[in-house]
Ligand binder design. Sequence first.
Ligand code: 13P
Ligand code: SF4
Length: 319
Amino acid sequence: MLLTTMDNSKLIAEIKRLKAEKNAVILAHYYTLGEIQDIADFVGDSLALAQQAAKSTADVIVMCGVHFMGETCKILCPNKKVIVPDLAAGCSLADSCPAADFGEFVKAHPGYTVLSYVNTTAAVKYYTDIVVTSGNALKIVNSLPADAKIIFAPDRNLGTYINNVTGRNMLLWDGACHVHEQFSVEAIVKLKAEHPNAQVLVHPECKRSVVLLADKVGSTAVLLKHAVESDCQEFIVATESGIMHEMTKQAPQKKFIPVPPEVSEGSVGCSCNECAYMRLNTLQKLYDCLLNEAPEIHVDENIIERAKLPIDRMLELSK
Ligand code: 13P
Ligand code: SF4
């Protein structure tokens, strides 16, 4: 059946029908469009999505997020079909760590425990001892011996945050996320002056100068939980603006103020607090991918075998 983007309610009905027919489960990250989050069976942060995939009994997993999330599902569920609405949904942070360069770097540092953020390709996870997410990184680093020599890749901002909180001196790969790098101290200070009672919520992928302004630092799930449970009624949100969909849903009486991205000359009109990759997931593409069971995520068997170990370690250490 050919459906256009004009038929949203029809698309939603068809997605639900196909999902049941194919025993599929739809997983979505908090940064995807609200309409995608609303139709998903499960919405979560990177950690929760991996945990959900690991225990799924579905035959088909539809990952509405970005490519590395699809790869993580495939590594955890190699016998299931993992499909995504758009294969082009990548991640600038994962791109900042090419596997061949990282492999050389690891080889040049024998004796180091290699920690990789989940925002990496499967090929980078191949060289990794333990995967972490922003939701469990502190716990996992704290579980390692105090004198452990650690490599952390690829996010220098998350790595700096972990070093500062844990007192470690991890060797950091020099990568970053193009969305979280945009948030500026000036924009937050200005918003704080306009909303003096608001708390500042910051994702640890932001620069250190921004993290220092935070009332709460954490993964998307941690920031959401804090916003819902806190007595505070106003929040300045320094992460991808998609999270505000679930914040507003769970705490409709509260006010959520997105941090506007740094507006430099030439960037007028850009929505830099939105991840363009995440927003490639649309209802139409979700319908198409369920109908065609494509595009499918494929990961080389040798990589799956090796990359599963650090993901399993992460899941074990997150219990
Ligand atoms: P979390 O889902 O761990 O909060 O990470 C955010 C992110 O950048 C996902 O790509
Ligand atoms: Fe990657 Fe940044 Fe988008 Fe997250 S927000 S998927 S880290 S580019």
